[in-house]
Design a protein around this ligand. Structure first.
Ligand SMILES: Cc1cc2nc3c(=O)[nH]c(=O)nc-3n(C[C@H](O)[C@H](O)[C@H](O)COP(=O)(O)O)c2cc1C
Length: 209
């Protein structure tokens, strides 16, 4: 399927077909697309919890303002952002680059210095905001890949993050639940699939210069 067609067909599902589960190979490919997301400085300041058990979905239902997607989806991806990027995290990142690309840590020093300097420029609040933006790129890639796989999705940030953190045992001191993505297959009677897309006309969206 052409990717524009796939994006036209996608919509934010309100009700999935509870009986249809995403096959493991397709889910793995979608998650791989999320993993391959670009992130600023390559730091990937996030991780994901993939909820597939019905029992866990049940527990999470009360934490969402519109829970119909959670009770019917095949999988729920919870994107969790790091609040702070500390020296240990950066050190581990450089060890990883060094091993993967077979470059000595010494030769990576100029890059490391520039990252260390960048980390001094922003407040904790700005850093969290910056980290969360990286998480949204993952969200977009997951949605795009899913659309190409004819898997339906609903991005969701209408939830109570502290309550999700408690259920998923996420430490609020160090991490924040940023955004979630419900995945599955649209229910035949989800009326939202019939609605026309509401998007700004090109002349208000793009300026060619
Ligand atoms: C970051 C983000 C958060 C969203 N949160 C919710 C949500 O909590 N619940 C919901 O039903 N839809 C949510 N949406 C879906 C939007 O309402 C939807 O994308 C928008 O109205 C455009 O419609 P479409 O996705 O069907 O084309 C969210 C979308 C994005 C990108």
């Amino acid at each position: 399927m052409n990717y524009v067609e796939a994006l036209q067909k996608r919509y934010s599902v309100k009700k999935f077909d509870k009986d249809k589960k995403i096959p493991a190979e397709i889910l793995n490919d979608i998650l791989e697309a999320g993993k391959l997301s670009a992130s600023s400085l390559g730091l990937q300041p996030y991780r994901m919890i993939v909820v597939e058990s019905d029992e866990m979905k049940e527990k999470l239902i009360p934490t969402f303002y519109n829970p119909s997607q959670i009770s019917t989806c095949s999988h729920l991806v919870v994107i969790i952002t790091k609040k702070k990027i500390d020296e240990t995290y950066i050190g581990n990142y450089f060890n990883h680059i060094s091993e993967t690309r077979e470059i000595s840590l010494e030769n990576l020093q100029p890059f490391k210095k520039s990252i260390d300097f960048y980390m001094t420029l922003n407040s904790d609040e700005e850093m969290l905001h910056w980290n969360e933006k990286q998480g949204y790129l993952v969200l977009a890639n997951l949605m795009f890949a899913a659309a190409l796989e004819k898997v339906d999705t609903c991005p969701m940030e209408g939830f109570k993050p502290e309550e999700i953190s408690e259920i998923l045992e996420i430490d609020n001191e160090t991490e924040k639940v940023t955004v979630t993505l419900a995945l599955g297959y649209r229910a035949e009677d989800d009326i939202f699939q019939n609605f026309k897309k509401v998007r700004k006309p090109n002349e208000r969206l793009f300026k060619f210069i």
